[in-house]
Structures are given as structure tokens and as C-alpha cells.
Design a protein. Structure first.
Length: 368
């Protein structure tokens, strides 16, 4: 098998309102017990990419805590492991704080690698992509650069603001922004396979053009000059690029037909485990079509919800279509619908919160 090194690229201009005020998108809680980064990191692990660098744009503390030494995802420092690559030099300079400058500031990670190929993938696009298959196709094509895309027929609703590829056969002719004015697009999954030697040259090339150029800009610039190949991915993919998309995709996973496309015994999704007791269901508990993590205590009605660890639902409380993060408490008699509650918040007795349009948001630690 070809030697491969991976980058998880967190340099995106994406936010989930209050959820990303103190943490990056990658470490936002997802489905009660995961971080969003767990899916791409699990893909790396399952694809036998044993050395991964995480290009961190901002707010690194929660990622350091979540990822630890990478053992939870079967990474081992002796065979490579996970490296957290943070560009302190440009952390407070938005124009310069991009992926290429991060790679340059941490260039030893790439230069010391004995890999032939580099896989670069984002965290906010959830897939079950086998990178080994993509690398194999890339190697057989003889290409220096391969971009992964997916054909979709709802580009007017999803991936709006993301890039799509204009193709001629299997070659990328142009990278353009999806403005949502057409349904059918070949959407970029922001996943690239690049020969290591080529990536080192691309970095130098980009810096000569402009110190503001990121990797996407450089690839778009090179479409006329180099042969960039495209690889069609036909598996599960969801783009979580906004607060609204975070809520919508989370709710989608409550459908077993959706969740079983991702959670498969042959392709495990790993996460940082926690020693918490089983969920306790009290006398008045009623739970339907919900994800409930360990440590929760439920004595009310829960319908179509995602409850993280150590969440408490009080006696006769009614909670519908909500996402409630770690350690939050909903007191007796409260009524919540279409609400996202950040961690360690407290909803008082008989409070009524109902989101209309987009879900309401309760900040971390707030008492409502």
C-alpha cells in the first residue's frame, strides 16, 4: 500500500452562531456523544492513514482536550499519530490565518513524513469516505492532484456557498462558487489527494503569487496550467456549514435509514470515551425517536431529541425536537420545542421556549 499522510483542514469560514463562540466547528458536539471532527478522523483511521496533522485555525483548547493523544481513534505515536498544528504566528491575523500558512509554519510535519501522497479533508463535511480507494485511483491515474466531488441534485438547498467543479471528462477545468441557482452540481467535498512533492511545490508557488492565497485559491488558479483530476464519491455526504445545517443534519440522523448509512460495524466511528453511568429513566419518563447519551436522567417526555451526557430532564417536562448538550438541566414542567441548548445551561421550572423558523439557542451556562 502507498504511504499516505493526512491533513484535516479546519481553515474554513464557518460558524454555528453561539455554538462556535468558544470552540471551533470541529469540536462542536454532534449526536450526543461525538465531536464533528470524529467522523473525518475515523475515516483516516479506518483508511489506515496512520499519521494525521490537524490544521487548527482558532480556539484550539477544546480540541486539545477532546483529541488527547489520539488513542481513541487508534492512532499511535510510535507509528505516526495525531499532530495538532496551530499557526500561532497568524492566529490574530484573519487574512494570513489560512491553511497554506499553517502548513508552512509547521512544515517539519510534512517534510519529515516518508509518505508519497497527502490526503487533505475537512471536518464539516460528514462522509464515510475510504481514502485508500481514492489514493489508489489517484495513483493509477498518474495525476499529481485529484479533487473529490459528489454529484447532487439539490444544490439549490445544500452546499450553497461551497465550490462546485466544472469538469471535462475526469479533468477539473474550473472551480466555481455554488450560488444555489441550479439543482444539479458536481460539488467539491474539499477533499484532495496530492503527491507530496507536488504539495511542497504548490506551497512555494502560492506564496510567490500572494501571501493571501489559501489552498483552494491555488488549486483554482492552477486549473488552466495543470491537469487536475476528479474522483466521484458516491457514498453518504452531508455538509454542515451553518447553524441551520447543523440542526437539520442532526435531526436527519434520527431517521434510521440515514444513521445506518454512517454507523456501520465495518466502518466504526470512534470518539473520546467517557466513564459515565447508564441513563436513568424515572417513573414519568417517555422517550421517542431520540439519541440519549450516558449519564442522563429523564423524568419527562422526550420526543425527536438529541441529549448529550449528563443531561437532566425534570418531572413532566416536555422536550421536542431539541439538541441539549452536556450537563444541561431542564427543570420540572418546562416545555421546549426546536431549541439548541449549549452545555451546563439551566432551564427553570415551567419555562416555555419554542423556536419558530430556525431553532432557538440557549448559551453555555445560561439560566433561563
Amino acid at each position: 500500500m502507498a504511504k499516505v499522510v493526512g491533513y484535516i483542514n479546519l481553515h474554513s469560514d464557518i460558524s454555528y452562531k453561539g455554538l462556535t463562540e468558544k470552540r471551533p466547528v470541529a469540536s462542536v458536539s454532534f449526536l450526543g456523544r461525538y465531536g464533528i471532527i470524529d467522523f473525518v478522523l475515523s475515516n483516516m483511521s479506518n483508511s489506515n492513514v496512520d499519521t494525521v496533522g490537524i490544521l487548527i485555525k482558532e480556539k484550539p483548547r477544546s480540541l486539545f482536550k477532546h483529541l488527547g493523544n489520539g488513542n481513541s481513534w487508534n492512532f499511535n505515536s510510535k507509528s505516526g499519530g495525531v499532530s495538532l498544528l496551530y499557526n500561532e504566528k497568524y492566529a490574530n491575523s484573519p487574512m494570513y490565518n489560512h491553511d497554506i500558512n499553517n502548513i508552512v509554519e509547521n512544515i517539519a510535519f510534512l517534510e519529515k513524513s516518508k509518505a508519497d501522497y497527502v490526503v487533505i479533508a475537512p471536518a464539516h463535511i460528514i462522509t464515510t469516505m475510504n481514502y485508500a480507494e481514492v489514493v489508489d485511483a489517484h495513483a493509477k491515474s498518474g495525476a499529481e492532484i485529484t479533487m473529490v466531488y459528489q454529484k447532487i441534485d439539490n444544490a439549490d438547498e445544500t452546499f450553497v456557498g461551497s465550490d462546485f467543479l466544472r469538469l471535462k471528462g475526469k479533468q477539473v477545468m474550473e472551480i466555481k462558487n455554488n450560488k444555489g441557482n441550479r439543482k444539479e452540481r458536481n460539488m467539491s467535498l474539499e477533499t484532495y489527494i496530492i503527491n507530496k512533492k507536488t504539495l511542497l511545490k504548490l506551497i512555494q508557488y502560492a506564496q510567490k503569487i500572494s501571501s493571501f492565497f489559501n489552498l483552494r485559491d491555488t488549486l483554482a488558479y492552477l486549473c488552466d496550467e495543470r491537469k487536475i483530476m476528479a474522483y466521484e464519491y458516491k457514498g453518504f455526504a452531508r455538509c454542515i456549514d451553518s447553524y441551520e445545517a447543523y440542526y437539520k443534519v442532526s435531526m436527519e440522523f434520527l431517521d434510521m435509514d440515514i444513521s445506518t448509512q454512517v454507523f456501520k460495524s465495518t466502518w466504526p466511528i470512534f470518539t473520546n470515551t467517557n466513564d459515565t453511568p447508564p441513563t436513568k429513566y424515572l417513573k414519568n419518563a417517555s422517550v421517542k425517536k431520540s439519541f440519549v447519551a450516558n449519564g442522563a436522567i429523564i423524568d419527562g417526555e422526550v420526543d425527536g431529541c438529541i441529549l448529550s451526557r449528563n443531561v437532566s430532564i425534570g418531572k413532566n417536562a416536555v422536550v421536542k425536537n431539541c439538541i441539549i448538550l452536556n450537563g444541561s438541566k431542564v427543570c420540572a414542567g418546562a416545555h421546549l420545542e426546536n431549541v439548541i441548548i449549549d452545555k451546563d445551561a439551566h432551564i427553570e421550572k415551567k419555562t416555555e421556549l419554542i423556536g419558530e423558523g430556525e431553532p432557538l439557542y440557549v448559551r453555555e451556562g445560561d439560566v433561563v
